[in-house]
Structures are given as structure tokens and as C-alpha cells.
Design a protein around this ligand. Structure first.
Ligand SMILES: NC(=O)c1ccc[n+]([C@@H]2O[C@H](COP(=O)([O-])OP(=O)(O)OC[C@H]3O[C@@H](n4cnc5c(N)ncnc54)[C@H](OP(=O)(O)O)[C@@H]3O)[C@@H](O)[C@H]2O)c1
Length: 266
């Protein structure tokens, strides 16, 4: 890092920072003395969280509340960041999914998953790229999912959106590998991020419970691997191996049956 950059204040942007994995990422970065810009939906606990993290870890924190399913909001957020901050790390963590019969899903549910997981991730990366490229060393970490590796009935749109995130990240990595911006993707399996997700996954039975992960451990591992320049961060090697060993004609009905149990039991 050059001397002028040492004196420049650099920030990490974390989307979906108010809870779950995004909150764990924020604390993990702050522990490493990295300044933060926290982003999530309006009227949650972001102001308090931002102040708490800043005080506890003695880092600079800012926050921005917005609905990232609206393209215009993503552009306004990017403009605010680019106008006010130098950014050397972007974590596209905000994401949503769920399990339901496709016929029961309303149009907003389908649209919001794609807008948040696919469109916001792409546009934010695109809009912050010149800023990231202006620093001597920068990182983008996109949060995909183990679901990226298999289609699943009763989830349908979510795994498809996470396949996009995986493919997008790998392509961007290759395109930028000779620049100062390093791109990585993580594909976590189920995590105990909130009560609703935990109880949903526990309904999937033994296998679901067996593979549940703590978000704090996932965040710590991901940040370590990101700075070690790991291009595809794998947090559940066992689930990954199972998914790759099982042929699609076994995997697809098996996983669909597990999710169906969750949908029918709720
Ligand atoms: N949990 C799992 O088992 C699991 C497994 C694999 C991958 N993942 C992925 O990991 C990431 C984090 O998941 P999580 O379980 O930690 O999620 P979570 O606990 O539901 O938290 C989601 C975060 O995203 C924010 N968010 C949601 N909709 C938003 C919107 N429209 N605009 C802006 N922010 C929005 C939420 O903000 P508010 O708090 O303000 O609502 C929250 O901060 C996601 O990409 C998810 O797909 C999760």
C-alpha cells in the first residue's frame, strides 16, 4: 500500500448488515480494524448497530438504509458511497429466499428474490468498481449458497438466483484477475441466522440439522479466506461433496423431498 493510501480512510461496504451473516461479517471486519458502511432495509436496528460496532471496536462506521430491490435505490446508494468514501471491500451479502409451492408465490416474492440476489448484486458491483479500482488492493465477496449447485423444487427461484451469483462472481474474477480487484464467492449451506430460518431447516430432518452452521464462524472463515485470495470459499465441504457425487436424478428429488417436508409441515 502506498503512503498516500495509508493516510486515506478506506471502508468496507456490507449489504444486509443488520442481522444474520451480514452482521457477523460486520463484527468480524471491525475486529480487524476495518471501517464500515452498513446497508440494510429502513427502520431496523442499523443506527444502533453501527454505533455499537464503532464504539466496541474503535472503527469508523456509517450506515445507509434502503430497499435494494429497487434499482434506483441501488444507484442512489452507489452514488452516495462514491461521493463520500474510498472503498476497498464490497460484500454483497443481502439476499432473500424461502420455500413455497411455486403456485402459491406472489409476483412480488418472485420479483424481489431476483432483484435483490441477482440485480442488486450486479449493479452495486458495477457502480462501485471504479472506486474499488482506485485503491491499491480491493476485494469483492459475493454471498451465494450451496443451493447454487442444485435445482430444488419448492425453492425454484432461490437456487436459480444463487447459481447466477456463483457464475457472475467466477466470470468477474476472471475478467479482473490482472487488476487490483480480487473477486471471490462463498457458497454456505444452512446457517442459524435467525429463528425463522433455523426452525425451517430443522423441519428438513436429520440432514438439515446436521449441517447447520453458526454465522459468526462462517464470517470469520470467509474473511480469512478472502484475504488469502481464495476464489471459491467453501464452508460445508461435506455437503458440497455430497452434491457433487450424487447424480442429478437422485439429488433433485432428494432435496425437493426435504424442502417439501418443510413446506407441508408449516
Ligand atoms: N441463512 C442461511 O441458511 C443461508 C444459507 C446459504 C446462503 N445464505 C445467504 O446468506 C446471505 C445472508 O443470509 P441471512 O440468513 O444472514 O439473511 P437474514 O438473516 O434474513 O438477513 C438478511 C439481511 O439482508 C437485508 N435485506 C433483506 N432484504 C433487503 C432489501 N430488500 N434491501 C436491503 N436489505 C435487505 C436484511 O435487512 P433487514 O434486517 O433490515 O430486514 C438483513 O440485513 C443471503 O444472501 C442468503 O441468501 C443464507
Amino acid at each position: 500500500m502506498s503512503e498516500s493510501e495509508n493516510s486515506k480512510e478506506l471502508f468496507a461496504v456490507v449489504t444486509g448488515a443488520s442481522q444474520g451473516l451480514g452482521k457477523a461479517f460486520s463484527s468480524e471486519l471491525a475486529k480487524r480494524k476495518i471501517n464500515l458502511i452498513l446497508v440494510s432495509l429502513p427502520n431496523q436496528n442499523l443506527a444502533e448497530l453501527s454505533a455499537e460496532i464503532g464504539e466496541e471496536y474503535k472503527v469508523k462506521t456509517h450506515y445507509y438504509e434502503t430497499d435494494l430491490t429497487v434499482n434506483e435505490n441501488v444507484l442512489k446508494l452507489s452514488e452516495w458511497i462514491n461521493r463520500n468514501f474510498s472503498v476497498n471491500l464490497l460484500i454483497n451479502n443481502a439476499g432473500m429466499g424461502g420455500s413455497k409451492r411455486f403456485i402459491d408465490a406472489d409476483v412480488n416474492y418472485i420479483n424481489n428474490i431476483m432483484q435483490l440476489n441477482v440485480v442488486a448484486t450486479s449493479i452495486l458491483s458495477h457502480q462501485l468498481l471504479p472506486n474499488l479500482m482506485s485503491q491499491s488492493k480491493s476485494y469483492i465477496l459475493n454471498v451465494s449458497s450451496m443451493a447454487a449447485f442444485s435445482p430444488i423444487g419448492y425453492k425454484t427461484v432461490y437456487p436459480a438466483s444463487k447459481s447466477f451469483v456463483h457464475s457472475f462472481s467466477r466470470g468477474l474474477y476472471e475478467e479482473l484477475k490482472d487488476t487490483n480487484v480480487f473477486v471471490s464467492v462463498v457458497n454456505p449451506g444452512a446457517m442459524k441466522t435467525n429463528d425463522e430460518i433455523t426452525s425451517r431447516i430443522e423441519k428438513q430432518g436429520f440432514f438439515g440439522k446436521l449441517t447447520l452452521l453458526e454465522p459468526e464462524k462462517v464470517a470469520k472463515y470467509c474473511i480469512t479466506q478472502l484475504f488469502n485470495r481464495d476464489t471459491v470459499i467453501m464452508v460445508n465441504s461435506f455437503s458440497w461433496l455430497m452434491l457433487h457425487l450424487l447424480p442429478i436424478w437422485i439429488r433433485l428429488p432428494l432435496m425437493t423431498r426435504a424442502i417439501k417436508r418443510e413446506v407441508i409441515n408449516c
